[in-house]
Design a protein around this ligand. Structure first.
Ligand SMILES: N[C@@H](CCC(=O)N[C@@H](CS)C(=O)NCC(=O)O)C(=O)O
Ligand SMILES: [Zn+2]
Ligand SMILES: [Zn+2]
Length: 455
């Protein structure tokens, strides 16, 4: 987002990443080079119905623009307001006929297409007439609107809707076409003029920056997982912890019997896990981390990216962080793919040298990240499905009979919990925290068939 003009106080935009109406306004603000504060309103959680939001827009819709003394809701009204208040980089042409055309296109999108497929209306229809009928209803109305737009713009020359400049018609059409293709699978080959306009518009960095997957609220899950894995202690051995019985054999630093005077006889005949650096007993699967300088419960590895050790208490959060990073970087890579290909074609690419370089670099970096995170993710999927940690997989000898292997489903639950609703969020249900010993990191259920096996 470019710098704001003059000394005006910063605008705020109430928006939801997936809302096409908000996308129009984000696109317009970017075209005008106006920076703004992004205020996420989570429509799927019903945040549009809170009393605070109702004061801003009694219709409970995003977008809403807050320009200090002036609060405007409705994308159409917001565009006209911005045009008056920030006239630099006009989004309406001076020519009355072209101006009318732009207003007409914008109005067709906001009143004759989008309201007929908006989520709350479709939800209502799904309940009344079923999912098939409601999808057909949405598709029919999008196509009706696109037929009209195709005819209206058929004889206009130029890359964009009303010529070679980007105006209000484009601002309204581009997100609408993107949604029609992605959400309603509309066959755009029936609308060649709209297709050409969309091809030019989707190459604009101002449009890409406004796209759903680049909005801060789309990044929420990634950031949430990241902060949780950074802030959750990986698990330390409680002071004075003593083993109830021997757990593992072949550990480093086996002690001789005279070193544990006072322990039960049954224990002294076996090998006890003891950390000489911390001077304390080690629970099963616990390892000493030399970076953290302490013993870490079910230690996986020390991770520099999250500046923390990854262990029993934060392993799930770490995996979710990997998963959401993979999702995010792959989406951005896919979105930028056609722009990347355009660099190798002969066609002229719009945008300044700086924005082109940024697009190119973003593509390469996101692709590299997506691929490396993917490799890491696959490795951890196989570790989780066998109920091993990175350290154990490294240390494990050849036997396939791993005592903690409870079968794939149970192994997965040992890390992610048994409650499906919590699988994709960095948290556990209270019930799981109470019932599942593995989540505390001191005891782990083992497979009775392999229990006596050595490893
Ligand atoms: N005419 C309004 C429509 C706004 C609108 O439909 N917003 C949708 C998102 S695109 C919304 O907030 N829906 C919330 C809901 O349906 O509860 C505009 O152009 O801003
Ligand atoms: Zn230690
Ligand atoms: Zn560590």
């Amino acid at each position: 987002m470019a710098a704001i003009i003059g000394e005006s106080p910063k605008l705020a935009l109430y928006s939801y990443w997936q809302s096409s109406c908000s996308w129009r306004v984000r696109f317009a603000l970017n075209l005008k080079g106006i920076s703004y504060e992004y205020k996420a309103v989570n429509l799927s959680k019903g945040e549009q119905f809170t009393p605070e939001f109702e004061k801003l827009n009694p219709l409970h819709f995003v977008p809403v623009l807050d320009d200090g003394d002036v609060v405007v809701s409705d994308s159409y009204a917001i565009l006209l307001y911005l045009e008056e208040k920030y006239p630099q980089i006009a989004l309406l042409p001076a020519d009355p006929q072209l101006k009318a055309l732009n207003l007409q296109v914008a109005s067709i999108v906001t009143s004759s297409i989008q309201p007929l497929h908006m989520l709350s209306n479709l939800k209502y229809l799904v309940q009344k007439v079923g999912p098939q009928e409601s999808l057909l209803f949405a598709q029919t109305n999008v196509e009706k609107g696109f037929n009209a737009l195709e005819k209206l713009l058929k004889d206009i020359n130029g890359k964009y809707a009303s010529g070679d400049e980007v105006y209000m018609a484009d601002v309204f059409m581009a997100p609408q076409i993107a949604v029609a293709m992605q959400r309603f699978k509309i066959d755009m080959s029936k609308y060649p003029r709209l297709c050409r306009i969309f091809e030019s518009l989707k190459a604009l960095p101002e449009f890409l920056d406004a796209s759903p997957e680049r909005q801060p609220d789309a990044l929420v899950m990634l950031l949430w997982s990241y902060l949780t894995v950074v802030l959750t202690d990986s698990g330390t051995v409680p002071p004075n912890w003593k083993p109830a019985w021997d757990e593992e054999r072949g550990e480093v630093d086996p002690l001789n019997e005279s070193e544990f005077d006072g322990l039960q006889p049954a224990l002294s005949s076996r090998r006890i896990r003891y950390c000489r650096k911390c001077n304390q007993f080690k629970p099963p699967r616990c390892h000493h981390c030399s970076v953290c300088g302490r013993c870490v419960l079910k230690m996986d590895h020390h991770c520099v990216w999250v500046v923390n050790c990854v262990g029993a208490l934060n392993y799930k959060y770490f995996l979710l962080f990997l998963f959401y990073t993979f999702l995010e970087t792959s989406l951005v890579t896919l979105a930028l793919f056609s722009h990347f290909l355009a660099f190798f074609s002969d066609e002229e690419i719009p945008g300044t040298a700086a924005t082109l370089a940024t697009t190119f670099l973003s593509f390469v970096l996101n692709l590299a990240f997506a691929l490396s995170v993917f490799g890491f993710l696959i490795m951890h999927v196989s570790l989780v499905s066998a109920n091993t940690t990175t350290i154990e997989a490294y240390e494990k000898k050849t036997t396939p009979k791993w005592r903690y292997d409870l079968g794939q489903k149970k192994n997965f639950e040992q890390v992610f919990g048994t409650d499906k609703r919590y699988w994709f969020i960095p948290a556990y249900s209270d019930e799981d925290l109470r019932r599942m010993a593995a989540l505390q990191g001191l005891e782990f259920p083992s497979n009775p068939d392999f229990d006596s096996e050595e490893f």
